[in-house]
Design a protein around this ligand. Sequence first.
Ligand SMILES: Cc1ncc(COP(=O)(O)O)c(C=O)c1O
Length: 420
Amino acid sequence: MAIEHGPIDTPPRAPSPAHKFGTLAVHAGSEHDPVTGAVIESISLSTTFAQSAVGQPIGEHEYVRSSNPNRWNFERCIAALEQAKYALAFSSGSATTATILQSLAAGSHVISVSDVYGGTHRYFTKVASAHGVQVSFTPSIELDIEHLITSDTKLIWIETPSNPTLSLVDIRAVADIAHRSGIMVVVDNTFLSPYIQNPLSHGADIVVHSVTKYINGHSDVLMGVAAFNSDALFEKLKFLQNAIGAVPSPFDCWLAHRGVKTLHLRAREASKNALLVAQALEDSPHVLAVNYPGSASNRHRKIALKQHRDGLGGGMLSFRIKGGSEAAARFCQATRIFTLAESLGGVESLVEVPASMTHMGIPREQREAAGVFEDLVRLSCGVEDGGDLVGDVRQALERVVVGGKIGNGVMQQGNGVGHV
Ligand SMILES: Cc1ncc(COP(=O)(O)O)c(C=O)c1O
C-alpha cells in the first residue's frame, strides 16, 4: 500500500490524514524498500553516511545523531498518529522532558500539575531549577492557572491522566487561558497513547510520550518522543536533539516502530481489561476508592468523554486498599498474573505501590496532597484474558484480607530515586 510521505528531503512529516489510525499505525513511515521490495524496513546501523563530494551526502543523512533512516521512519509514524506536522524522538521520555525544558531561557517560569510522574517532578525541582527555570505545582490547574501565571511563565505542563491518580485535566480550558498570554502547553500523553487521546487537537502545543510504555508496548525499549505543529519549535527542538544528543539508537527506533503497528489493538484490549478490573475493584468490600477514568462514576468522566477516543479509560488504574501500606505491599505479592514491577503500558500486566516505588522521591506531604497515599496500588492492565485478570485481582484481595502470610509481608523498598 502506498501512502504519501512528502518529499524525502523534507523533515519527518505525516502521511495523508485521510487514513484512519490503524492504517496509519501500520503504514506511516513504512515504505517498501525501493530496491529489494522488502516490506519491512531494514535496520540501518551505520553511524555515518558517505558523501559524493565535500558537504554532499549521497542520501538524506550524514551522521547518526543528526538523523538516520530508522529514526526518521519512526518519527513520521508518530507525527501521523498524533496528527502533528513534526515528531522528534529521544533516548527516553525523561530526555524528551529535559530537552523541552532546555529550550527555555534562564529565568523562565513553568506551571505543572502536582501529580506528575516522579521523574518529571525530580527534573523540575532538582535539575531545571539549577538552570534558572522555576516550576510551580498545582493540584487544580484549571482553577489556579490564572493566579499562577506571571510575566515569566513560558510553559504549562499537564499530565492527563496523571500518574498515579489518573486525574484528568481539560486541555482546551487550560490552553485557552495559556494562549491568551502566549504560553505554550505541553501534555504528557504517556498513559493513554495517541490511540486514545490526541492532545494537539484539544489545543496543546506539544505532546510528549515515554515511548517505553504503550507506543513500544513490549517492555523492551527505552525511548521518548515529542510531536507538535510549529515550524519554529521544530527548528529549536531539532537543534537541541542534535546538540544535546539524547537520541535513541536505530535498533530501538526499529523496535518501537514495529511495536506501534499494533498500538490500536493493544490499547483497545488494555482498556477493555482495565474497565473489567475497575468494576471488580469497585464492587469489592476490601477497596476504599478506585481511580479509573473509564468508569461511569469517575469524577472526571465528562472530560474523558470529551478528550478520549470513544470515552475509553486506557489500561491504567489505581485504587486504595483497606489495611494501609502493609495491605498494599501484600496485595502486590499475592497477584499471580500481575507482576510486581515498575513501568507500564506493555502487553503484560504489572502492579506497584507508587508511594514506595515510582513516587518515593516526592516528599510525603506533597505526595499525599496529590492523593498518592501509602495504600494506593497502581495497576497496568495488559492484553491477557480479561477474566483471568479479574480473577487474579479478586484472589489477591481475598488473600490479603484473610491475612494469609505472603513472604515476610514486607516489600523490598526502592532506593528512593523513584525509577519510573
Ligand atoms: C507519565 C510518564 N512520563 C514520562 C516518563 C519517563 O519516561 P522514561 O522512563 O522513558 O524516561 C514516565 C516513566 O515512567 C511516565 O510514566
